[in-house]
Design a protein around this ligand. Structure first.
Ligand code: ZN
Ligand code: ZN
Length: 295
């Protein structure tokens, strides 16, 4: 990829609900020679392979918070990267509660891993090693000319939960993580070239007996971003473009989502992400399957 570009790939635009269209939360940032994976939801290793970015090549994994949909395929990611010839340890940066769960996931397979290493006799077992680091608010080091900043968002009762800001050359991209509206996100997104924001489409979440009650819808809605809140954030922040992900429900009518955002008063560029779509800055190009478009 060309120097000076910052590219963002939606690997999984879904959430916990199972969907053939939307894999679990995972996104890939590529800039300044760094390949950074954000979250490792269900099917992440397959999506990376589909995107032509093998897990073996990833420089770091950053996890935003402890919710199972964001970490559930961690071990599969590690193993599949080893099978692709990974020969250096994983760098994993996550908030303490997520680290605890990921370490437990890794430890659950200690015996299995020992057997594999002994039996498969691959050239190196280094790719199976993991260096865990605690994610704290502020700038992250070790990303060369890619600047990575973590900021606290509000996903209470899940805490800490982080959003991330990536900057390379003149391009700045802000990723909301999972959050309700909060001042920190507004501030981080201020003037961003691209704001990637989660969305919870409450208008398309009917009450279903035995599945979700009115209380469920209200509770889940309360720690996510509904379209009108995204419109408000987009206007307040002055972000130059907005892309949505973590789409709940995954089957949401995307045109209706955009219509809601328009109706709430945001007139700027906005799109709903799809798995394996890539956005490129500063060119503001969208690539998805055979499609290339500007935004
Ligand atoms: Zn989530
Ligand atoms: Zn969450």
């Amino acid at each position: 990829m060309d120097t000076g570009m910052l590219s963002f790939t939606f690997l999984g635009t879904g959430a916990p609900p199972v969907s053939a269209r939307r894999a679990g939360p995972a996104h890939l940032v590529e800039a300044a020679g760094q390949l950074v994976l954000v979250d490792c939801g269900s099917r992440v290793a397959h999506q990376l392979a589909e995107a032509g970015k093998p897990a073996a090549a990833i420089d770091a994994l950053i996890v935003t918070h402890l919710h199972s949909d964001h970490i559930v395929d961690f071990y599969q990611l590690v193993i599949s990267s080893w099978h692709q010839g990974r020969d250096r340890p994983w760098r994993v940066i996550a908030p303490e509660p997520a680290l605890k769960a990921m370490k437990a996931q890794y430890a659950a397979f200690d015996d299995e891993r020992r057997l594999r290493i002994a039996f498969e006799k691959r050239p190196s077992a280094r790719g199976l090693e993991v260096v865990f680091e605690v994610l704290e608010p502020g700038p992250l080091s070790g990303f060369g000319d890619l600047s990575v900043n973590a900021f606290l968002v509000d996903h209470h009762p899940v805490a800490p939960a982080f959003g991330l800001a990536f900057a390379s050359d003149a391009s700045r991209l802000v990723f909301s993580g999972d959050t309700r509206p909060c001042a920190a996100l507004e501030e981080a997104a201020s003037g961003a070239d691209l704001l990637v924001c989660e969305v919870y489409v409450d208008s398309q979440m009917p009450i279903v007996s035995g599945v979700r009650s009115a209380e469920t819808v209200a509770a889940v809605r309360s720690y996510h971003m509904v379209p009108s809140e995204i419109a408000r954030l987009a206007n307040l922040s002055g972000a130059k473009a907005v892309a949505l992900t973590h789409v709940v429900p995954p089957s949401a009518d995307t045109q209706a989502v955009l219509a809601e955002i328009r109706a709430a008063g945001y007139p700027g560029p906005v799109m709903v992400g799809e798995d394996l779509a890539t956005l490129v800055l500063p060119a503001r190009m969208l690539r998805w399957r055979g499609l290339a478009a500007s935004f």
